[in-house]
Structure formats: C-alpha cells, structure tokens
Write a protein that binds this ligand. Structure first.
Ligand code: SF4
Length: 341
C-alpha cells in the first residue's frame, strides 16, 4: 500500500527512498535539480570556469568561508598569481598577505606547497584525476573531487557541509560520513558531474538553509522526507570570549608583533600586541570595540590606543607596508576600523 503525504506528488515510499531509490527516481532527482540550477544559479566569478588552477583557487577559498567574502579575494588573488607557476614562484609571506583577512591560513600555505610540487615534481602539469589531486599537500577528498568533476568532468561526487545537510533531509535522518558520500555518489549525474555537484552545493547554500530551509522554492521537495529541519539536528554551541589589543602609532608607523613560526594557529602572521586584563584596566575602557568570530568562538574585542605593555616586543611597521604584510584577519579589521589602512 502506498502512503501519500498531506501535500502532494510522490507516494511516501518514494519520498524516503529517493536517495537510494530506483534509477527512475534518481533520474527524476537529477533532472529536477539540474533544471533548477540552470535557472537559479548565482552569477559568480568562478561559474563556468574549467581551468583547473582557477577551480582549485575558488574551491579552496570557499571552504568554510562565505561566498560574499570570497569574491573580491578570488579576483585579486588571480590578478596577483594568475597561474600555478606564478604562485609557486612567490614567497610564502606574499601569498599569506594576499590571503590576509580570509582566515584559515593553512589553506594558503598548503596551496603554495602544492603549487610548488606541481611545478617541480610534475613540470607544471596538473593531475588528471581526483585520486592524483588528493595526493597533493592539503587537498582532501572534497577538494580533489570538486576540481576533478568541475574542471575535468570526472564522475565523482562531493560532500561538503551543504551537501551533507541536503542529503540528510532528503533521507530523513542523520547520515554517517560514509553514508553521505555513498548517497551523493548514487545520485550524481555521470553526464554532468561538475554541474550536478555545484547544483547540490547551491541548493544547500541558497534554499536548503541550515535554520530555515525554503522548502516552497525547492526543486526536489517532492522527493524529500523531511521538508524542514531534522529534529535531531543540533546547532554547534558557540563560545563567547573577550580579548584586548594595544594600538600604538608613532611617526607614521604601527607597532605589530609576529606570531611564532611554530604557533598552531596563524603561524608567522602579524598582529597587534595583545593586552592583559591588568593593562586594559590600567588604561580604562577601550577606545574602540568590535566583534569578531573565529570558528565557534565569538570575540568581544577591545582596542586601547597607546597601551602596549613595555615588554611586548614587536616592530614598528610603516603604514604603507601594512598592505603587503600577512596580517591576521582581526588585525586587518581593527586597522580598517581605526582608519589606518
Ligand atoms: S524540501 Fe526543504 S528540507 Fe527538503 S531538500 Fe528541499 S529545502 Fe531541503
């Protein structure tokens, strides 16, 4: 016996099986999704791009970063490093400076290392399969599959946070990592793998949103077992923290400190000297306050002018040099707020 949902279209048995269902149901899913993608995809600088280097840059920048934040960085990065040889030839601090403000700087370090490997060990020839891309530094399963499917047309599925959420809602239950990859692979369009993968990500980014999925606009709602937020899904708990920095200016220069080369986060990057609670108390309230989020922590940031502790060390850096230095994203934000850059 077939069970019908309140609303329409597909019998309930179809709805819970579209991800692992018959070839017919999966073909319907692909058709619906790709037709929607052709009409509704956002016009982004990397859309339609087939050059492996450019696809690689966009995919790495988009990891855990909002599209709106990436667009300008993508354009500028390609102006500065238009191909893999120019990236490989650049010094790492220059690459980090171009990445400054985008966050997750390991991505830039790994791209730089992989570019050098492509140029030196592979004589500038890009890998031709997802498996070969995966062998390069910093290129994981997602990135290798994204590059191979979009630039090379290899039929490999991708699973990122957006795709995983869509798949779980379609299926009506949380999926393990292996299940999600398997489900994505079974739905993938073998004829248009690059478009299909981008369509799945686009659906997750613009319609099947984390908190409020817009199911009324969804092209595959007839095959969705959830049509809303999964009851079991939980938001990651966010942490709140306070931090303070000293902003010291002298003769057109700003006092900065460099993070240790072996720091686990943002190694070798430049930032303002951090202030202790006592130093903040001694100098009264911050002359500037702002908010900044890193991964799951929301920081309340105080910036106190002329309040670096005497033993902070550091270096006076001319304002005109600031744009060329690998600054941490928060430091760049503070300097912009203070109208120093
Ligand atoms: S119907 Fe709603 S929950 Fe289901 S895939 Fe579409 S947007 Fe997501």
């Amino acid at each position: 016996m077939l069970l019908w949902t309140r609303r329409d279209c597909f019998p309930m048995t179809h709805q819970i099986e579209v991800v692992v269902g018959s070839a017919e149901k999966q073909a319907w899913f692909r058709r619906s999704l790709l037709a929607w993608y052709e009409r509704h995809r956002r016009d982004l600088p990397w859309r339609g791009e087939r050059d492996p280097y450019r696809v690689w840059v966009s995919e790495v920048m988009l990891q855990q970063t909002r599209v709106a934040a990436v667009i300008e960085y993508y354009r500028k990065f390609l102006q500065q490093f238009p191909d893999v040889r120019s990236l490989a030839a650049a010094r790492l601090p220059k690459v980090l400076a171009a990445w400054s403000g985008l966050g997750y700087y390991r991505r830039a370090r790994m791209m730089h290392a992989a570019a050098r490997e492509i140029v030196k060990a592979r004589r500038g020839v890009f890998p031709q399969t997802a498996e070969d891309w995966h062998a390069l530094p910093g290129i994981g399963r997602y990135t290798s599959a994204a590059i191979a499917s979009i630039a090379l047309g290899e039929p490999v599925a991708v699973v990122d946070g957006n795709v995983e959420r869509v798949l779980e809602r379609l299926q009506g239950r949380p999926l393990s990592g292996a299940e999600a990859w398997q489900a994505a692979g079974s739905l993938l369009s073998k004829k248009r793998p690059g478009d299909f993968n981008q369509a799945m990500m686009e659906l997750g980014a613009t319609v099947c949103l984390p908190r409020q999925p817009n199911c009324g606009e969804c092209p595959v709602r007839a095959g969705c077992a959830t049509r809303g937020v999964l009851p079991a899904s939980q938001q990651v708990a966010r942490r709140k923290a306070e931090i303070a920095y000293g902003l010291n200016c002298r003769n057109g220069s700003v006092l900065l400190v460099r993070r240790p080369a072996n720091a686990s986060l943002m190694a070798g990057m430049w930032e303002l000297p951090e202030l202790s609670r006592e130093a903040v108390a001694a100098h009264g309230n911050g002359s500037l306050s702002l908010r900044h989020s890193i991964t799951v922590t929301d920081y309340s940031v105080r910036v106190v002018r002329e309040a670096a502790p005497a033993n902070a060390g550091g270096q006076w850096v001319a304002r005109k040099r600031l744009e060329t230095l690998p600054l941490t994203g928060l430091t760049r934000k503070i300097l912009r707020a203070a109208k120093i850059i």
